[in-house]
Design a protein. Structure first.
Length: 377
């Protein structure tokens, strides 16, 4: 299960694409970027040079110097030279985070270290990455958080739990009758600390994970939370007027980790903070506010993505652009965004010709690699 924040059709489409391809990677000294060639997957460097020849059936992004690769129906881990260094031969794995990776053995997950040693025995039906020293898992049908020894620090009796960010994890719980749909008031979100206790922030119709020590929350009846395909969705869904669901402003509070309101605003849609900026939609156009709620890039775009490494992808009149933090257009692109800038490159998709083409571009808009598009995760 992934937490997905849906902010309208364009944002949801981009998120859906991103989950099927290379979805960001941990910054490291020698970055590797997934590529697809001759029906196999490999990696390039920042200059677009192939550094690990395409020979894998599927691949994941490098994280902490290692990447999971699939060959002959099994996953193993390679180093930055392409050498298999951990041969786990598992049907399901996750990337390394804080020195450990979740790996399926048989029908349950355990955790291995970077030498391939099993350090937390297989016992979990679901297991996620470590974040701030804790990992969320499902044990005996319940959500729990474990530490790096495998000890269950606390059970989380909620319908959904997220990773810890800035010391807090978002949770969701059914507080009323549930038919699996999006009826206002069915599902509420809140936050827990690292003891598992609910914070004084309270329950809300919707909210976001903390980013840069800020999160948005709302009790406005026009924004609600629910599940779709086992994923947590939160959006401005006016069920009384679905044709204009995203046209009605919603009251949001942006709070800090103490639960204090930093600023409030009425927006048709919002995105979580990234690079100290949050995208907001007003009267059908998107702009960006800073951490004080000041509009620093006026609403003017038809669609936007969060900032990453000082750049953001935006659309205006069906044209794509990358802008800097002042709102200045750095370069135009006819492609669609797949992943934002990470380690100096952004991953784009263009379907002007068949088959669709994948592009990696640098921050000047130069194409450093181009090839046939393939799903890499």
């Amino acid at each position: 299960m992934r937490t997905r924040f849906s902010f309208g059709a364009w944002g949801l489409i981009c998120v859906l694409i991103a989950t099927s391809v290379a979805v960001g990677q941990t910054r490291n000294s020698s970055a590797r970027f997934p590529v697809y060639s001759n029906k196999k997957y490999g990696y390039i460097n920042e200059q677009g040079q192939v550094v690990i020849q395409p020979r894998f059936d599927r691949i994941m992004n490098f994280s902490e110097g290692l990447a999971a690769v699939l060959q002959n129906s099994y996953w193993n881990y390679i180093d930055e030279s392409g050498k298999v260094v951990i041969a786990v031969r598992s049907p399901k794995v996750r990337s390394f985070s804080e020195g450990l990776a979740a790996v399926m053995f048989g029908s349950t997950y355990g955790y291995i270290d970077k030498k391939g040693n099993v350090v937390i025995k297989p016992q979990f039906a679901v297991a996620f990455d470590f974040s701030e020293g804790l990992a969320r898992v499902k044990l005996n049908g319940e959500w729990a958080f474990i530490d790096k020894s495998g000890r269950a620090v606390f059970v989380a009796p909620f319908d959904y739990v997220d990773d810890f960010r800035d010391g807090y994890a978002m949770v969701a719980k059914q507080l009323g009758n549930n038919n699996g749909g999006f009826t206002a008031g069915e599902l509420k979100v809140s936050y827990i600390g690292k003891t598992g206790s609910l914070t004084p922030i309270g329950w809300w119709n919707a909210g976001s994970r903390f980013s840069g020590a800020l999160a948005f929350v709302s009790k406005d009846p026009n924004i609600i939370a629910g599940f779709a395909r086992d994923e947590l969705i939160m959006d401005n869904l006016d069920i009384s007027d679905p044709a204009h669901a995203f046209a009605k402003p919603v009251s949001y509070s942006f709070i800090n980790v103490n639960g204090q309101t930093v600023f409030e605003g009425a927006y048709e849609q919002v995105q979580a903070f990234a690079d100290h900026r949050a995208a907001v939609r007003i009267k059908g156009k998107w702009g960006y506010v800073n951490e004080l709620g000041e509009m620093i890039i006026p609403p003017q775009f038809d669609a936007v993505e969060p900032f990453s490494e000082g750049m953001a992808f935006v659309k205006l009149n069906d044209e794509g652009y990358f802008i800097d933090t002042s709102g200045r257009v750095v370069f135009r692109t006819g492609a669609s965004l797949i992943t934002p800038f990470t380690n100096g490159l952004a991953y784009l998709l263009t379907c002007n010709v068949s088959p669709c083409q994948s592009l990696y571009v640098d921050k000047q808009g130069r194409i450093v690699w181009q090839g046939v598009h393939g799903n890499t995760n």
